[in-house]
Design a binder for this molecule. Structure first.
Ligand SMILES: Cc1ncc(COP(=O)(O)O)c(C=O)c1O
Length: 387
């Protein structure tokens, strides 16, 4: 069965993990700091705090940015649940802005309209989480300008875009967003099993994230109210155990060395898909742009099922019959019963996201996908659509 995503592990990764397993520290040891330093160097961030997963990174981001009940935090419907859920964790109020029909990322024009509408009601937007969906960066320049104009916090849920470039810059994320979150789940560009990180250039935010990662504890003499001795620690705010282990971080450092080649492989596969699916009026391939290098965490292909005499479910079934397991990214978050019941969202609220959802399928894409596998995906899709 060909799946849509999968990790790539080689002997050097295995050796790196075994090296830690044979050492003194399984957790809270030096491999964590080494991984954090490697992340800082790669992504050009002053600070990087590695955590248990991408969802924990988002949760801690909301806490570090002091989101409170009543604060309005906006994201896009075309994202994984975690991006919106982190707003709810803070008891803040989630809202959405529709995607741009070409880039599939949050539309800056619709965002500014929404922020203005809130302003007219005497309400202020606290934060916006842009999602570099599938590996295509948001229009960060526009988002930064709007954030500065209306004074809100800007977060980049960068989980899909490791290795992408924006205006030829692979270190773009921390330059535009106040906080950047990443995930190292096995289907992502690099993996630590479960894992994630919070990257920022702001030392106060990093300090908060670090304390909250470990129960809100601090041993920093500058922050202590008392100091009974070298064993002493204090807790000033509620935190969690969102730590990541040393053997995961050793894997992360080993994987990060190969990020460039992993992304290159993904681009080569995407190039073949682009070439095969760019003709005809039933398919729309993901956008390519001269100032952006897509990282292709996903390859979202849009199919006009109305023009085929097939439903999306039938299409999935046909592909499964030839051992190709497709996925859909994502069911718009405002379709979820939780968000409809608790926040009053309805079908029809975000039409571009909804039409994208109806059409989108995610094709298999990962470095170890063989040339034969790619040809099989292409041939089977072309056969079905010529149907
Ligand atoms: C856009 C986005 N944000 C956040 C997450 C959460 O990451 P994790 O699974 O590491 O918690 C994911 C995971 O799929 C994601 O796709």
């Amino acid at each position: 069965m060909i799946s849509y995503g999968k990790q790539t592990i080689n002997q050097s990764d295995i050796d790196a993990v075994i090296g830690v397993l044979k050492g003194d520290w399984l957790t809270q040891g030096p491999a964590v700091e080494t991984f954090e330093n490697n992340l800082k160097n790669y992504f050009g961030a002053k600070h990087a705090c590695a955590v248990a997963n991408g969802t924990a990174a988002l949760h801690l981001t909301g806490m570090a940015l002091s989101w409170k009940p009543g604060d309005i935090v906006i994201t896009t419907p075309i994202t994984f649940l975690a991006t919106a859920n982190c707003i709810v964790y803070a008891d803040a109020t989630p809202d959405f802005v529709d995607i741009d029909p070409v880039t599939y990322t949050i539309s800056p024009n619709h965002l500014e309209e929404k922020v203005k509408t809130y302003q007219l009601q005497g309400k202020k937007v606290k934060a916006v989480i842009g999602v570099d969906y599938a590996g295509y960066p948001c229009d960060w320049k526009a988002l930064r300008e709007i954030a500065d104009k209306y004074d809100f916090q800007l977060v980049n849920d960068n989980c899909h875009a490791l290795g992408s470039t924006y205006n030829s810059d692979k270190q773009y994320a921390v330059k535009y967003a106040d906080v950047v979150t990443q995930s190292y789940h096995p289907v992502k560009h690099i993996t630590t099993g479960e894992g994630g990180a919070v990257l920022t250039n702001n030392s106060d935010l990093d300090g908060k994230v670090r304390r909250l990662r470990s129960h809100g504890m601090t041993k920093n003499p500058n922050l202590l109210e008392n100091n009974d001795g070298p064993w002493y620690y204090e807790m000033h705010e509620m935190g969690y155990n969102y730590r990541i282990t040393d053997f995961q971080c050793a894997l992360g450092s080993s994987q990060l060395k190969k990020l460039g080649q992993f992304v290159q492989k993904r681009r080569e596969i995407a190039k073949k898909y682009n070439k095969s699916f760019s003709n005809g009026d039933k398919l729309i391939i993901p956008e390519t742009h001269s100032s952006i290098e897509h990282a292709y965490h996903l390859y979202p292909l849009q199919i006009d099922f109305k023009k085929l005499s097939l439903t999306k479910a039938q299409f999935f079934k046909k592909m499964k019959e030839v051992d190709i397991k497709l996925k859909v990214h994502f069911i718009p978050v405002h379709f979820q019963p939780f968000y409809q019941k608790n926040y009053g969202f309805n079908t029809g609220d975000f039409p571009v996201s909804e039409s994208f959802y109806r059409n989108e399928i995610s094709l298999p894409i990962y470095p170890d996908l063989t040339t034969d596998d790619v040809s099989s995906v292409i041939n089977n899709i072309l056969e079905i659509i010529s149907g």
